[in-house]
Design a protein around this ligand. Structure first.
Ligand SMILES: Nc1ncnc2c1ncn2[C@@H]1O[C@H](COP(=O)(O)OP(=O)(O)OP(=O)(O)O)[C@@H](O)[C@H]1O
Length: 299
């Protein structure tokens, strides 16, 4: 659905995006992560057709996005700094969206008032930051776009509203194959939302993964043996990290879960647990392997 091919963008003295390529399948949610200044917003603005890239190609549904009205009618970009026309209310903004998006769904707009309990006739600029974001999502979900490009979308929303918005996103992806790119500098925030993750660092994608693959392949195990660790134990495992806590050995190992488990059982451990790994932990170990201090990249 979204194809970014060898894209570059330079501002006066900064190479904000250097040779980025990525692909987002229709009906999936792609999490673009990275530290401040990594180039996320610049890349998203190019994908949304707001900036023109200096080099490379950006295609949505096979068409170039820049200055392409028909693609833009199917695409919705929610910037990190929201913009509404001055002095407008949600009702007035809804009229604008109705005119711009042929897919606007009036019934949904009415239904969503339950999820976003806001005054339709109150000036949006008088609302709190979180309420303004709710208003933006209310309009976005009512526009029913094929593609949503979201820059730090959950900033300013309370915990309940974050969950509501995440549920609505997932629902649209599942029910009508909407495609989403979501930028964040917080892995924990997008962990339960995305099916693919790309990490941008200094304008380059340094890691791109399908989450199911990542999670299926790395395990945290805790083992203890009567009489200490057998000498040949570790040699049969692909250990990416290990730590001894008293008589208990804590390891992060790579490999198929069943294979790892049956291997460990042969040594008849007195304690053996497979513990859940957070995505953040997985990335720390993965990135450690390629020589990056991810702790400094993902806050
Ligand atoms: N309009 C602009 N003019 C000049 N430089 C810019 C412009 N927009 C971004 N940059 C520079 O490009 C680089 C990438 O910025 P960008 O906003 O894309 O990063 P980001 O990953 O979104 O960061 P953050 O997480 O802080 O929002 C930065 O060095 C920034 O100063």
């Amino acid at each position: 659905m979204i194809d970014v091919r060898g894209v570059r963008k330079e501002f006066a003295d900064v190479e904000a995006v250097k040779e980025v390529s990525l692909h987002v399948e229709r009906g999936s949610i792609y999490g673009l992560l990275g530290s401040n200044g990594a180039g996320k917003t610049t890349l998203l603005k190019m994908i949304a057709g707001i900036y023109k890239q200096d080099h490379g190609d950006i295609l949505i549904a096979g068409e170039r996005v820049f200055e392409n009205t028909s693609i833009k009618q199917k695409l919705l970009f929610l910037p990190d700094a929201l913009y509404f026309f001055p002095q407008t209310t949600i009702r007035q903004m809804a009229q604008f969206y109705r005119d711009v998006y042929p897919s606007w769904n009036e019934e949904r707009f009415v239904q969503l008032q339950e999820a976003f309990p806001l005054d339709l006739d109150k000036k949006i600029h008088r609302m709190s930051k979180g309420m303004q974001r709710q208003a933006a999502f209310w309009l976005a979900f009512s526009a029913m776009p094929d593609v949503m490009i979201l820059d730090e979308p959950l900033d300013g929303l309370d915990a309940v509203m974050r969950q509501k918005v995440k549920n609505l996103l997932v629902q649209d992806v599942a029910e009508r194959q909407m495609t989403v790119i979501i930028s964040s500098h917080n892995l924990r925030e997008v962990e339960d939302l995305c099916d693919h993750i790309g990490i941008l660092h200094k304008g380059e994608v340094i890691l791109e993964k399908e989450l199911d693959d990542v999670k299926a392949d790395v395990h945290k195990i805790q083992v203890a043996f009567r009489g200490g660790i057998p000498s040949s134990f570790l040699s049969g495992l692909h250990v990416v990290y290990q730590e001894q806590r008293g008589s208990v050995l804590l390891c992060i190992v790579r490999g198929q879960k069943e294979r790892v488990e049956s291997y460990i059982h042969q040594f008849e451990p007195v304690i053996f647990d497979v513990l859940p790994l957070t995505l953040e932990e997985i990335f720390v170990y993965e990135m450690g392997g390629v020589g990056y201090a991810i702790e400094n990249i993902l806050v």
